[in-house]
Design a protein. Structure first.
Length: 256
């Protein structure tokens, strides 16, 4: 296993002093081609405002505010902090916080299916960059594989560990512990993982369930939302407000 290798088949920069390209468009196409992916699916979403608690009660806001500070400090744990404090809150606040914790953000998503090469062309043309504020495009796990009539999934995981040297090593080790090969990308606040080998729906469910055991290295709440949807999704877009950071390749896990 290496923590900083290019995907096989991609050109290496001729100038040794010039860093190799590190965007999704530089590395994801090779993975899709090697996995013989025929079509991919994208979700187009306009994200609702973040939950701050003020829409519930003043007491709820007094709980979510320090929870947000805790999340910034550790990189995870917002809802764990909120719900722990909700236990001793008044009934209205407690019920409002429980409802907030159960919000599911993929409601209202528009699903788009594309041929692999059409998607790659659009990715390389930058069509998913600099979108309007809070608009988001997610790459979905559900794919078709050439010569296979089954509906398969690429293993996708959203991590919760902070983007530090130790965090990256822990992310690589976590993916390897799950028996996965693929590509790790810096997502801004943490990491995204794209698996190299398609799996069946039952295998995807088992993977997500096992991955939750690695929380907080893996984002367990993200995994719960994917289990609700029956598929996974990772952001591939940027916008000027919420997610200006383009995912950046940092590591290959396993042999690909």
């Amino acid at each position: 296993m290496s923590t900083h290798e290019p995907v096989p088949g991609l050109a290496v920069a001729k100038d040794a002093a010039e860093p190799a390209p590190r965007g999704l468009a530089d590395h994801l196409p090779a993975l899709l081609r090697q996995a013989q992916i025929g079509t991919v699916e994208l979700d187009l979403v306009h994200r609702r405002p973040s939950f701050h608690g003020s829409e519930v009660s003043t007491d709820a806001r007094s709980i979510t505010s320090p929870a947000r500070d805790e999340h910034r400090r550790r990189g995870f744990g917002f809802w764990e902090f909120v719900l722990a404090e909700a236990v001793g809150s008044d009934p209205e606040t407690r019920r409002g916080l429980l409802t907030g914790a159960l919000r599911h953000n993929s409601d209202g998503a528009i699903r788009v299916r594309l041929e692999r090469e059409t998607f790659i062309d659009r990715l390389r043309d930058g069509q998913y960059e600099n979108l309007p504020p809070r608009d988001l495009v997610s790459f979905c796990s559900s794919v078709s594989v050439t010569g296979d009539e089954r509906q398969l999934h690429l293993p996708l995981l959203d991590l919760g560990v902070k983007p530090t040297a130790d965090g990256q090593v822990a992310a690589v080790d976590a993916m390897a512990s799950l028996g996965l090969n693929g590509l790790l990308f810096l997502s801004g606040r943490s990491y995204h993982f794209y698996g190299a080998k398609p799996v069946t729906q039952p295998q995807l469910v088992a993977l997500l369930a096992r991955a939750q055991l690695l929380s907080p290295i893996v984002d367990s709440r993200w995994a719960s939302h994917q289990l609700i949807d029956g598929r996974c999704g990772l952001r591939i877009s940027t916008d000027s407000e919420k997610t200006p950071f383009q995912p950046e390749f940092v590591a290959q896990v396993g042999s690909g």
